[in-house]
Design a protein around this ligand. Structure first.
Ligand code: FE
Length: 135
């Protein structure tokens, strides 16, 4: 039963996660939920700093790679090195690449191939899955 829970450095039971996260964070990070577009304050903020995982605090993105994708979700063209992992998501009748924190496994969002230079990637993140640490 515990096999898939042991692949991350941070392992908590569902009950422990439920206690340490807000209901919105739990829904996105642990249940692959998606916040409603335009609801995150982080979408519209461009101050200098670091975006860390709301589940475990691992740094994931910096303000350097943040851009306005006009989707209503905080978007970045590149993550920090060795911070995220991805997997194929075949839900909702689409094939998408799901992105999660590689330290706690928390679901962050998806990555698409319609981003800006230099990577051409759009990391479409749920703001509720991130905490912003200003510089
Ligand atoms: Fe994490």
């Amino acid at each position: 039963m515990a096999t898939s829970q042991n692949q991350y450095e941070i392992n908590k039971t569902e009950e422990e996660w439920r206690k340490s996260l807000t209901p919105e964070q739990f829904h996105v990070l642990r249940k692959h939920g998606t916040e409603r577009a335009g609801t995150s304050a982080l979408d519209k903020q461009y101050g200098q700093g670091t975006y860390v995982c709301a589940g475990c605090g691992q740094p994931l993105f910096t303000s350097e790679t943040k851009y306005n994708s006009r989707t209503g979700w905080p978007s970045f063209y590149a993550p920090l090195e060795d911070a995220i992992a991805s997997s194929v998501d075949r839900t909702l009748f689409m094939v998408r690449t799901e992105v999660h924190c590689n330290r706690c496994g928390g679901h962050l969002g998806h990555v698409f191939d319609d981003g800006p230079a230099p990577t051409g990637k759009r990391y479409c993140m749920n703001g509720v899955a991130l905490d912003f640490k200003p510089e």
